[in-house]
Every structure is written in structure tokens, then in C-alpha cells.
Design a protein around this ligand. Sequence first.
Ligand SMILES: *Cc1c(COP(=O)(O)O)cnc(C)c1O
Length: 373
Amino acid sequence: MKIPLAAPDISENEINAVVEVLRSPRLSLGPKLKEFEHSVAEYAGTKHAVAVNSGTSGLHLCVRALGLKAGDEVITTPFSFIASANVLLYEKALPVFVDIDLKTLNIDANKIEGAITAKTRAIVIVHVFGRPAPMREIMEIADRYNLKVIEDACEAIGAEYENRRAASIGDAGVFAFYPNKQITTGEGGMIVTNDDSIAEQAEMLRNQGRDASSEWFEHIELGYNYRLSDINCALGIEQLKRLEFILNQRESIARKYNARLLNNPHLILPDIDFSNGRNSWFVYVVRLKENFTRARRDSIVGEMIRAGIGCGRYFAPIHLQPFYVKTFGFKPGDFPVAEHAAERVIALPFFNRITNEQIEEVCATLEKLCNQQ
Ligand SMILES: *Cc1c(COP(=O)(O)O)cnc(C)c1O
């Protein structure tokens, strides 16, 4: 790809921090783990942070820590990365999808109550593309029906909703640090929570269900190896120090894209400024207008890629993924708003070091392809 869809941004300082761990005797469960956890908890504004080896592992441990199990229904969005629903299936809980709000691409809070049954136990909220979900409405519903709330903030570190950081509002939240995220540890994730019991459970389950107060080999629950090494944590500590700078840089790239594409009559552009929060820019996603079909979108994406410009179709709806169709019998039309969006979105190249010339090339190529009939 001449212009990739995403690219990590690693400084010399960060490389040195990793090398320093490699020269130390503690490569895992060492001082960098504690330091990374403390700094993320402080950043998120939560009492606890528990590092794990991926965002998916973090979400899974939240599901476990909240005791969600076979027969429990959990409300969530079909417009997300598949992990936010898969983690429920790991415990045989049932994802109950609720359609989205076309403006924000987040779950439509007005439709949540209609999906609640006697079996509903929790809501998994996803802050899609770093746009904070309407947590006030969601927490009100959760309180009224006594539901737990897990925030999938894997795309939203640094996002704010009514002056609180995403992931710190529900019972537990999760960040992810895969290389395409705002900050990376190579692979990695972090659970944040104010709940002592969730933090304790998560810490135990990530390390083979080991009781923290006992000897190494006392396993009191069915646990996992979801540990994050000190090598990864050293990278995370340094990346986190640059997070505010990175978020501002990404916002300014989004502004450049919006300014350049403003007069393109075929596109709906993402909001940058909204009254009750702050976006954390994970990806820059435009949407083709209604008259464009999915085939037309796919052909535009194909042409962009042929021209050396990395583009993505974020997201394909979860309910229409082959495994979900096969297992649950979902079909097109089940969640029409999510499907409408999914058929028309295009994620454009978006990374900290993208140049003005690259932005111009992306926009000019997209414009030309949109105009071809
Ligand atoms: C990236 C992501 C995850 C999971 O992250 P991994 O670290 O790749 O496991 C979960 N949910 C959403 C919405 C994501 O974008």
C-alpha cells in the first residue's frame, strides 16, 4: 500500500523502554505491569486497572467477573468488531442485538428498553470508532432494570462523555492496544473498574484462576493465561504519556479530511464537535449517501486499494457474520439501520504521521470514484 489504512507510531524512547525490560530479570508480572496499570487507572479515573493480553481477553474477563452465564441475555450492538459479541458466546450468554442510531453509529438508546426481557442481565456498550455512546440514557435504563454495564472502549481510549472518560462510567470498561488502536502495546488490553470485586476476579482469572493470597499453585477458579508481559507494558507506559498529543494530532487529521471533503455531495462526514463529549479518533469513516448500493461501495473500495490507498469496510454487521447466521439464523433486514450504514461506510487511511499530500491524494481519488457512474 502506498498509503496504508493504519500505521503504528513508535518513538525511539519507546523502543529504549522495551529494550530496558529485556535487559532486566522481570519479563512478566514485574514492575512494568504495576506501573502500566496505575497509569491507565489514573488516566481513566478509576480505582483499578487490570492489564490483559488483548481487548478481547479483557471483555471476556468482564463477562466472567460479572457472572454472566448460559441463558442470560445481554443487550449489545450489531455494528461493532465481532469480539464485543463473541465474548458473550464464550460463556453461552445470548447477545441480544439492538439497532443503531445512524447519526452516531452507536446503539440507539431509545430501542434498548424494547429488547429487555426477564432474562436480561447486562448491556455491552461499544463506543464505536471512539464516539462516546449515550451513557446517561444507558445508565438510567441499567439502574431501572438492575442490569450490569460493560463498556467496550477498545476504540475509545481518551473519549469523554459529560466530563467522564469512556470506560469509567459502567461497572467495568476495556481498552485495547492492538497496533491499529490509538496507542499500542503490540497486543494488549486493560480492564478498568471502580468495583473491587471485578478487579480481584479479573486479576485472578487472567493468571490461571490463582488465588492471590495463596501459593502459586492454588487455582480456585477456571482461569486463563491472559497475562500481559512487562515488555508490552513498558511500551504501553511510554505510549500513554503521548496519548493526549496523539489524540490531538488525530483530531486535527480528521478536521483536515472533513474540510477537504465538505463539498463532496456524495458523502456524509463524521461529527467532530458535539456538545456533551469528546471523540477519541480511532478511524476516520465516511458514509456514502443513500443512493449508493453496497456493490457500488465495494467497487469504490476495490479501486482505492488498486490505487495503493488502504481502505476498510468498518463494520460488517455482527449478526450477518457467517458464524452468527449459521448459529442463530439472523438474516438481512433484522437490523436495518446497522445494515444501511455497514453497506455504505468507507474507512480512509488514518494514522498519526499521514501527510497533507497523502490526505489530498486519498480525497481526490475518492472524489473521482464517487463521480463515476
Ligand atoms: C479492537 C477491538 C476489540 C478487541 O481488541 P483485541 O485487542 O484485538 O482483542 C474489541 N472491541 C472493539 C470494538 C474493537 O475495536
